[in-house]
Design a protein around this ligand. Structure first.
Ligand SMILES: *Cc1c(COP(=O)(O)O)cnc(C)c1O
Length: 814
């Protein structure tokens, strides 16, 4: 986009205070991930969940001088304000105008699943055919779609945008803003179906997007979809795709170890396939249909599909050597993906950063202009060092303001040893695929270990949002990150949750809170087990103690007085309601309120804990706990004369006793994707994946033994795999000797013999195509974490907290 403030106000009927002649080329909506301040306006988006106006100050601090907001804040000087009635309507109006005045061919993708993957695939296939713009990540909502459309500029010829809805009547609004020429309908399934009374209603709503489309490409395997589209849009060009041969484009042949053959209106297109699951194949037929519609030649289509194999859609953040964090994004390189990566970088608050950047290949724009734009983006980040790889980009090294080094290829950078001098920084690796800069990742990575615990932060967010969707919008949420966030890494998880505005964090001991503060976590932190020796530390680091007895209350208050703290120190009162662990009992409340009113303390919250919210048979007991809590907390509120936050529900409490949410809930295992309730479990995403690889495969002769103490003996020639994980990694020894099984190539392989300290052996006789180096799943899908916990005769909590610190944790984010 490229508008003056004056033009924007004319388009949207907004008011201006300040300089109308300023030019806006970007709209930033999140003050933490502003990657460029030049010609950028910050929009404070107000939703029913949150007000963006809180972040105006941060945006101004970053150097933004144009603010779009529903209110003016005159305390900031030299700011141009665009004052709007409703921030979301504003974005939608501007985006509608912008889209309607652009001259691109547009593809609109909607459906329940596969929107993002198809968008990314299409983009990879088309970006070097036409200058293409697409929605970043899965920006497809009432806010995400307008922001995506606003990225369109004069140079773009093709736009690929996702459109997502989760409630009735949402599509009409979105279609009013964005009416794609080519409509693509992906799989219709249960995602977001919860808010619709029937599947039919969901389909009707989604296909409203195609009201003004010329072509509709839809998955014809779904007969209701087919029927609806044919009826409503009989006058349009309709193309069906899918697995079944009744479609116009379908999978004609899928024979193992041979090429896949797709039939496109009788024409055969054949390509090798890496993955052959149904959704991948269905998506492939959709992809081919769109490419054909855009007149891409068959030969090119096949070449492009072959390249898709290496798709790594995720940005990985990896713990590096020397305290570095390495962000690896070596899948493709263009301006948009560079922007996305720079945004991602800004989510971490390491003060120093370095960048490795290669030539941008395969674009037709003038390279002087291209690299000028690249260098501007990069210069705004104030990198400590910039390493440029490739002769093209090296020509423009003068444009980069940081310490800049140039190399002809990745190998030369490796040999220069520059990388080993980087300490305590965040290092972004951003390169075109042909430069193979993932080799740098291998060098920069800490502990090279085949065994990893992969933690999917997006899934955590999904699970949190799922739980939030059950609650009232104003109910606060505390995330329990005690015990190293259930073993997953308390800093990494807390940093992510802080970024997503969690209200409170909960730790067990003061030390855990101190570590978080030292690394820059500023969210309020409650310490559940404040030990006597740690009170000074608690105060020094601005942590908030749980107070569960008169002894703790007196001692803590002494420490507050000694520290010279002169305001009311926030504390959290634990009430005992039946678990008999910690807390004040009913008969102590009078004395408690008296003691509290004589002290300079502020009861920030009062809470209790349910012992059996996950046990359906204990409903009656739980209701008694809830009743006691209600009674005792109400009594205390009356006595105190003010109303602290109240909270009692843990994860399974949120799902089973939602009505008792009070002012806050405390989520733990639920954010990690585990629920005792199978219905809820289905809605959650799995977060943790414990993986390793096969070190060696041996054919063990009939009658031989395997492992210590000869506890397994073969009764025929048996294929045995050795893997580098043992009881020192936190796998209980009791699941050896065929009690537990691990996943190899989607097949369960029993653990045979005794588990060793650092290794164990699996029987892989029946596992198809097994070879050394293959991945082994200790748990995630097959077996699931729950099944693995069952082998261990324990609960998922204990499994997670027992995984040894030597297992490398990797964090995944889209
Ligand atoms: C650990 C903990 C929670 C979280 O429990 P989950 O069952 O993991 O949701 C909640 N409240 C308190 C006091 C806790 O110690």
């Amino acid at each position: 986009m490229n508008y003056t403030v004056q033009q924007i106000t004319e388009i949207t009927n907004a008011q201006v205070i300040g300089d109308k002649s300023l030019v806006v080329k970007n709209i930033a909506y999140d003050s933490r991930i502003i990657y460029s301040i030049k010609n950028t306006a910050f929009v404070a988006i107000n939703t029913h969940k949150n007000s963006g106006e809180k972040f105006i100050e941060a945006a101004i601090d970053r150097g933004i001088n144009i603010i779009i907001s529903e209110h003016e804040y005159p305390q900031f000087e030299n700011i141009t304000w665009i004052i709007v009635k409703n921030s979301v309507d504003f974005l939608q109006q501007l985006a509608k105008h912008h889209f309607e005045n652009s001259h691109l061919r547009s593809i609109g993708i909607t459906g329940s699943n596969g929107k993002t993957i198809l968008k990314e695939w299409l983009y990879q296939c088309l970006w070097n055919e036409f200058p293409t713009v697409k929605s970043p990540k899965s920006f497809n909502s009432q806010i995400g779609l307008p922001l995506s459309l606003l990225q369109i500029n004069d140079s773009h010829e093709l736009g690929i945008f996702e459109v997502g809805i989760s409630h009735p009547n949402e599509m009409e609004k979105l279609e009013n803003i964005f009416h794609p020429q080519i409509g693509l309908l992906t799989h219709i399934g249960t995602a977001h179906a919860a808010n619709f009374s029937s599947e039919e209603e969901l389909i009707d709503e989604k296909i409203k997007l195609f009201k003004d489309s010329e072509v509709i490409i839809y998955n014809g395997d779904h007969s209701l979809v087919e029927e609806k589209i044919k009826k409503l849009y009989a006058d349009k060009k309709l193309i069906s795709y899918g697995l079944k041969n009744k479609n116009q484009v379908f999978i004609k042949k899928n024979t193992k170890d041979e090429n896949i053959i797709v039939d496109y209106f009788g024409e055969e297109i054949s390509f090798p396939a890496h993955q052959r699951d149904e959704s991948t194949l269905t998506n492939a037929t959709a992809l081919i249909t769109v490419l054909k519609e855009l007149q891409v030649e068959n030969k090119k289509i096949v070449e492009k599909i072959n390249l898709l194999k290496a798709v790594e859609m995720r940005l990985e953040a990896i713990e590096g050597i020397k305290g570095n964090i390495v962000i690896n994004d070596s899948f493709n390189l263009d301006l948009d993906s560079l922007k996305t990566a720079l945004q991602f970088l800004n989510e971490y608050n390491k003060p120093k950063k370095s960048l490795v950047l290669t030539d941008i290949v395969g674009v037709s724009t003038n390279s002087q202009e291209l690299y000028e734009e690249v260098s501007e983006l990069v210069n705004e980040q104030h990198f400590d060092s910039v390493f440029l790889i490739g002769d093209e980009i090296s020509k423009y090294s003068e444009l980069f303001k940081s310490k800049t080094y140039t190399f002809i290829d990745t190998k030369e950078l490796i040999e220069s040893k520059h990388l080993s001098e980087i300490e305590n920084q965040i290092i972004l690796l951003k390169g075109a695929r042909k430069f193979e800069i993932e080799k740098l990742k291998d060098i920069l990575e800490l502990r090279k270990h085949d065994t990893v615990l992969e933690i999917n932060l997006n899934a955590i967010l999904h699970n949190i949002n799922y739980h939030k969707s059950l609650l009232k919008p104003q109910t606060k949420m505390m995330a329990m990150v005690k015990a190293n966030a259930y073993g997953l890494g308390s800093y990494e998880i807390s940093e992510f949750l802080q970024h997503h505005h969690i209200d409170y964090l909960g730790v067990a001991f003061a030390d855990e809170g101190v570590e978080l503060r030292k690394k820059g976590i500023t969210t309020p932190i409650v310490v559940m087990n404040p030990e006597q020796h740690s009170y000074q530390t608690i105060i020094e680091y601005n942590l908030e103690p749980e107070i569960y007895s008169f002894r703790v209350l007196e001692l803590f208050y002494e420490a507050v007085q000694k520290s010279g703290y002169d305001k009311k120190y926030p504390i959290h009162i634990k009430l005992e309601t039946g678990m008999h662990r910690l807390g004040f009992k009913g008969f102590e409340l009078d004395q408690l309120s008296e003691t509290l009113s004589s002290k300079n303390l502020k009861v920030q919250s009062m809470f209790s804990h349910l012992s059996s919210s996950d046990v359906p048979e204990e409903k009656e007991f739980t209701f008694n706990q809830l009743k006691t809590f209600d009674k005792n907390s109400s009594y205390l509120i009356e006595k105190l004369g003010y109303a602290p936050i109240r909270h009692i529900l843990n994860s399974s409490g949120i799902t089973s006793y939602t009505d008792h949410q009070y002012d806050m809930v405390r989520i733990g295992i639920g954010m990690l994707g585990e629920s005792p309730n199978p219905q809820i479990q289905k809605q959650l995403q799995s977060v943790v994946s414990f993986k390793t690889v096969i070190s060696q495969i041996s054919m063990v002769e009939d009658g031989e033994s395997v492992g210590y103490s000869r506890r397994f003996k073969t009764d025929h020639l048996t294929k045995i795999a050795t893997i580098p994980v043992g009881y020192a990694d936190g796998i209980p020894r009791l699941i050896g000797n065929q009690v537990g099984s691990l996943g190899v190539n989607k097949t369960l392989a029993p653990i045979v013999g005794n588990i060793c300290m650092d290794m164990m052996m699996l029987n892989v006789d029946h596992v198809p195509n097994v070879k050394e180096g293959d991945m082994v799943t200790v748990f995630n899908a097959k077996p699931s974490l729950k099944e693995f916990a069952d082998y261990c005769k324990t609960i998922t909590y204990e499994v997670l907290t027992s995984i040894s610190p030597r297992v490398k944790r990797i964090y995944i984010k889209d």
